[in-house]
Design a protein around this ligand. Structure first.
Ligand code: CDP
Ligand code: CDP
Length: 220
């Protein structure tokens, strides 16, 4: 069967990466977490003491330190300059600054180029904010996942609890709202649903139900 590209976009914690990973596994496709790429650049900026507003220096970091993904039995790892940053890029300092870094046009230009290269032969499930609108406008399947902010904060809260990370629910909710606001209101490639995307409200849906809904779209 012809390998297609599946684009999954949506706000923070709407379940994009969880369902994208499952779909990629089921179809034997490559999963690409584009958020991890923006997070990696933010992490590099912290490490190298580059100002989050310094677009030129951020681009220099991207050119100097290639971002690579590695598939393992236990999941996907992300490396920058040979260093495994899979866990480090989920730290609050990265999460709370990534939307500033991702708003720069030249930063996006560099990463979008890399993302398009990964998907050039099809067989990719890619999740992010602008996949259906900018990165893969010709993707055969486009999904836009949403859920109420309360439910999304609850999901992240439970996820943190299971990892033993102490978080305050209200702070988490505020951080999600703030990131959604910045991502939706930036000038370059804001978070928005592509006209031809299928919108799925996942509030109250289990992961299995969301996966089944997307598979129904793929098979159609
Ligand atoms: O997993 P979570 O929803 O927390 O976020 P993520 O997918 O890891 O993305 C982190 C941040 O990267 C987002 O809040 C956006 O600022 C940025 N991002 C983006 O601008 N464009 C993308 N295609 C993916 C992520
Ligand atoms: O990638 P994104 O930020 O959109 O979300 P995620 O990291 O895939 O999902 C955030 C959390 O919500 C994870 O702990 C998922 O297991 C959980 N989740 C859920 O409880 N129900 C869903 N329908 C989808 C995700």
């Amino acid at each position: 069967m012809k390998k297609i590209n599946i684009a999954i976009d949506g706000p923070a914690s709407s379940g994009k990466s969880t369902v994208a990973k499952i779909l990629a596994k089921e179809y034997g496709y490559i999963y690409t977490d584009t958020g991890a790429m923006y997070r990696s650049v933010t992490y590099l900026a912290i490490q190298h003491q580059v100002d989050f507003e310094d677009e030129q220096q951020l681009v220099a970091l991207i050119k100097r330190y290639p971002i690579t993904f590695k598939q393992t039995e236990t999941g996907q790892l992300i490396f920058v300059d040979g260093q495994d940053v899979t866990d480090a890029i989920r730290q609050p300092e990265v999460t709370n600054n990534v939307s500033i870094v991702s708003a720069h046009e030249k930063v996006r230009h560099e990463l979008v180029r890399q993302q398009q290269k990964i998907a050039e032969n099809g067989g990719v499930v890619m999740d992010g904010r602008d996949i259906g609108t900018v990165v893969l406008p010709k993707a055969e399947v486009k999904i836009f996942l949403v859920a109420s902010v309360i439910e999304r904060a609850e999901r992240r809260f439970k996820e943190n609890q299971s990892k033993g990370i102490a978080t305050d629910f209200d702070t988490l909710k505020k951080e999600i709202e703030q990131r959604d606001y910045l991502d939706s209101n930036r000038e370059v490639s804001p978070l928005k649903q592509a006209e031809d995307a299928v919108r799925i409200d996942t509030t109250g849906l289990s992961i299995e139900e969301v996966v089944a809904a997307i598979k129904a779209v793929v098979e159609r």
